[in-house]
Write a protein that binds this ligand. Sequence first.
Ligand SMILES: [Zn+2]
Length: 276
Amino acid sequence: MASPKALAVGGVRAVIKGSAAVGDTLRPPAPGITILIYHRVGAGSGGQMDLAPDAFERQLAWLAATQRVLTLDAAADEIGDIAGPTGPGVVLTFDDGTTDWVDQVLPALERHALPATFYVSTDFVDRGVPFPADGRPLTWVGLAELDSSDLVTVGNHTHRHLLLDRLAPAEIDEELDRSQELLAEHLGAVPTHFCYPKAVAGSPAAEEAVRARFRTAVLAGTRPNDRDADLWRLTRSPVQPSDGDRWFRRKAMGGMHLEDDLRRSVNRLRYRGLTS
Ligand SMILES: [Zn+2]
């Protein structure tokens, strides 16, 4: 049974999502390409970054049947084109680098022939150190297996998952270059896409370092990316178990922006003073 505190948190979350849905009715989502953020599937941690396999399966079936799901490169081509995206679209992204990507996520993507991008924090994989909430890291062999699928693009999520806005320029270069070297060594290609840890934008120095090395970079924001979007500040919409089918579909269609504003205020407090 859920604790009183968990019930209270769940209640607040539902109110926030309900308010965001009303916000969508008042101001419909902007056109463009929606990038969804996933972390783990089927890890059983009970957290908001861990989706049950049956919910994930339903989401993929619905996306395959109703939406235009693009690779990140195809989306970047359209957003960067002078005419902008040819219509609404969805990009699937996964953050960090846990074993469920091979055990759960890849087989499900293959069942529905949907492409996705996976952003890896390389230090966890290289040293076999767990991610928060017992997230078992992939091995290099597992990551290479994932990368061998035509549906998969592997991106960079820094080496140690440090917040780049708190680092000196030399440390920023080290974080980015170490992970690029390791990914190139183990996968045979240098990644061209980047994801800021915890979706916190970098300092001007960090942004410059990211722009010099990658074709795209992603943050949070819960809104679609249209032709005026900055390819190094693409916005993403986080998928949470508490979305259920109804709010998930709204997010995938570019809605629920208001939820991000409210969550961001909470996170500003949570991450204050932290470096990773
Ligand atoms: Zn992360």
